[in-house]
Design a protein around this ligand. Structure first.
Ligand SMILES: *Cc1c(COP(=O)(O)O)cnc(C)c1O
Length: 216
């Protein structure tokens, strides 16, 4: 099936409250343009340099999402154009994004990444660290970022019960935080292999790569 057909198939299964991020990392601009011409306007990349090269070459009505781990010293390269940063995992990184956003007179939307998997290698904050950020004085001073939600990645496993447990855990953290912080409206969870389960568990944003563009 073509990229356009893959997109159409996925879009017919997504409820209207769920946003699709087409994860195009490692794929050539020609593949992204195929998705663009089929109507897709939100693309996710995990490397700042690669995303910036694509941003330079592609139409300017695209919303670029950074879904990978962000190094503080590279924020400046995407501050002019990035529309949502999914993987924020420290106050220090939020402060740098704020500083770079201010230079461009922008407010950059961010998601805080929560650690829900049982794998050592994944990044993210635990519940206490989340609370600490929200309640810190440093956070309240940041006028050029807006935390609009949470992002999480489940353990890489075939065990659906385990994945579901992790997604529901993230959803419950999200709901709890939302009662205090009403600007939270986005819960980014679910990839090609588990997005349907993620949506059942309350996801509002899915990040899908290989089911659209093929394997990497
Ligand atoms: C690569 C990636 C995805 C997409 O993965 P697929 O399995 O190809 O859909 C989603 N989220 C993150 C953070 C990624 O790095």
């Amino acid at each position: 099936m073509s990229i356009a057909q893959n997109l159409q198939k996925i879009n017919t299964t997504l409820p209207s409250h769920v946003t699709l991020v087409a994860v195009s990392k490692t794929k050539p601009v020609s593949d992204l343009m195929e998705a663009y011409n089929a109507g897709q306007r939100i693309f996710g990349e995990n490397k700042i340099q690669e995303m910036t090269e694509k941003w330079e070459q592609m139409p300017k009505d695209i919303q670029w999402h950074m879904i990978g781990h962000v190094q503080t010293n590279k924020v400046k390269y995407m501050a002019e154009y990035v529309s949502l940063i999914h993987g924020v995992d420290s106050l220090k990184l939020l402060q740098e994004i704020n500083k770079q956003a201010a230079k461009h007179n922008r407010v950059i939307d961010c998601l805080l990444q929560v650690y829900i998997a049982e794998e050592e290698s994944k990044f993210g904050l635990d519940e206490n660290e989340l609370e600490e950020i929200f309640h810190s004085d440093g956070f309240k001073l940041l006028k050029n970022i807006k935390v609009v939600g949470l992002m999480g990645m489940a353990t890489f496993t075939d065990n659906q019960t385990q994945i579901k447990k992790e997604f529901l855990n993230l959803k419950s953290i999200f709901d709890k935080l939302k009662t205090e912080h009403c600007q939270l409206n986005t819960l980014s969870m679910g990839m090609s292999g588990d997005y349907q389960l993620a949506i059942e568990c309350g996801s509002t944003m899915v990040r899908i790569g290989s089911s659209i563009f093929g394997g990497r």
